[in-house]
Design a protein around this ligand. Structure first.
Ligand SMILES: [Zn+2]
Length: 241
């Protein structure tokens, strides 16, 4: 990781993309609301990959990581294909409450503030109704399946494949899993409710192998939005990692 410091705090790993003036503005903004500096929202740039992202000062200092570079393999492949297909950068981990006006979408209030979509972008293209397309794309791992297999996957990921029914860990995992399924449903519903405004969500299921994902995303986009994309050569998913 190579982050370069523009503003004068911490040790020299971070670049605040818009420089010190914006850092001071962000700090003054939270101060004026009587909040702690840790909540100051800043735009960071990871020098190695060039990705720009918004994180609060406190959150970034805790994680020191670039959301693009810490993506899981399958999210990376999906992200890479989307940037290739649509020929533009996507924002990583865009929060639901930043994508949609919360007052008009009260379901979002049921979600944790950090609930996000893997990648999101205003594409600058219009759908068949003439709305500008706002596209979210998420990769759905097996644990997102509302099925016995999904529950097994959830326990496996949590490294408790043999959790005993009735045990504390089993109950905790079960409630986390139900929450995950509920969150997925709310995300899908909110996108669906806003389709008339040009919001679309593509869900890339784990059953779609990497070598079929480029075509899947194109087909799904064309099916949902009713517009045709320019054809591009297929690229090998291994090049996207
Ligand atoms: Zn990065």
């Amino acid at each position: 990781m190579n982050f370069i410091l523009f503003a004068n705090f911490g040790n020299c790993f971070i670049e605040i993309f818009f420089g010190k003036v914006d850092f001071d503005n962000a700090i003054n903004d939270v101060k004026s609301k009587g909040e702690r500096n840790a909540y100051a929202l800043l735009v960071w740039k990871h020098k190695d990959c060039g990705h720009l992202f918004e994180r609060s000062y406190g959150n970034f200092i805790r994680t020191f990581s670039c959301p693009k570079c810490t993506q899981q393999k399958n999210q990376k492949i999906t992200h890479g294909y989307c940037e290739y297909i649509f020929d533009q950068q996507f924002k990583v981990e865009e929060r639901m409450k930043d994508i949609f006006p919360v007052d008009e979408n009260p379901e979002i209030k049921k979600l944790h503030a950090n609930v996000h979509i893997d990648i999101f972008q205003n594409l600058g293209l219009k759908d068949k109704e003439g709305n500008l397309i706002k596209l979210g794309v998420r990769y759905n791992g097996k644990q997102h399946d509302d099925s016995p297999e999904g529950w097994e996957a959830m326990k496996g990921i949590a490294k408790h494949p043999d959790a005993k029914p009735g045990s504390k860990i089993y109950k905790e995992l079960w409630s986390q899993w139900r929450k995950l399924i509920e969150t997925d449903k709310i995300k899908a519903d909110v996108f669906e409710n806003n389709k008339g405004e040009g919001y679309y969500l593509i869900i890339v299921d784990y059953r779609i192998p990497p070598n079929q994902r480029q075509q899947f995303i194109i087909d799904e986009f064309e099916r949902q939005t009713g517009i045709k994309l320019d054809r591009k050569d297929s690229i090998d998913w291994r090049k996207l990692l």
